[in-house]
Design a protein around this ligand. Structure first.
Ligand SMILES: [Fe+2]
Length: 211
């Protein structure tokens, strides 16, 4: 059951008809989702913590908001793509997309927490996310829903993340070790994601067992 262990309550995230008359259900551990959501509203950082970041804070907040918006777009679009793709291996690709969608939601929550700690505010209106996102936010291909164009759009999104987190790392590394630690972790994940999608696009029979 979709990377879940232990005895946590599971929230059904998606049901998908698998072509055999039996639906496939995907689940998210309740506590993990709650932790991600609640951490986004955990309040701001102390005065000393904010002062130590100093004049870099506005630029860091701007970049973190861009990353936050991109993560939300990826979260939604990966989920949407998982419900639409068809063809060989579409079930395993759908499971991969759901896992990646869930990870991006968690990334957005962690970025939201850091924005607030730095004295910024997370984007209040859903429609305003587009104003903060990268010029070229994740966009599903018109010819969706075959696997290859969807994976190419995912690859594009991973590369956008690599560029954004590299810029954040360059801005944060000298002045804000807390933000730097976060963005280096997210950068590592985006680099691994790029490699995984490149491998899948090169394979005839993709292995979707990774995260
Ligand atoms: Fe992400």
């Amino acid at each position: 059951m979709l990377g879940v262990s232990g005895t946590q309550n599971l929230i059904p995230l998606l049901s998908r008809e698998n072509g055999t008359g039996r639906g496939i259900k995907y689940y998210v551990p309740e506590t993990r989702l709650q932790n991600a959501v609640f951490s986004c509203f955990s309040g701001g950082m102390g005065k000393l913590g904010q002062e130590s970041v100093g004049e870099a804070a506005p630029r860091l907040i701007e970049l973190l908001k861009r990353a936050y918006a991109d993560e939300w777009f990826a979260h939604y679009n990966y989920f949407l793509a998982s419900t639409r793709i068809s063809g060989s291996y579409s079930d395993s690709v759908a499971r991969l997309l759901v896992r990646k969608s869930r990870r991006n939601f968690e990334h957005a929550a962690r970025l939201g927490t850091r924005i607030q700690q730095l004295g910024g505010e997370v984007v209040e209106r859903l429609l305003a996310l587009a104003d903060h996102a990268t010029d070229k936010p994740f966009k599903l291909p018109n010819e969706a829903w075959s696997i290859e164009p969807v994976l190419r759009a995912v690859l594009d999104a991973e590369r956008t993340s690599i560029r954004t987190y590299s810029e954040l790392h360059a801005t944060a590394r000298e002045v804000d070790p807390v933000t730097d630690r976060l963005v280096v972790a997210l950068l590592n994940e985006a680099v691994a994601g790029e490699e995984q999608i490149e491998r899948l696009l090169a394979d005839d029979e993709p292995d979707m067992s990774g995260g």
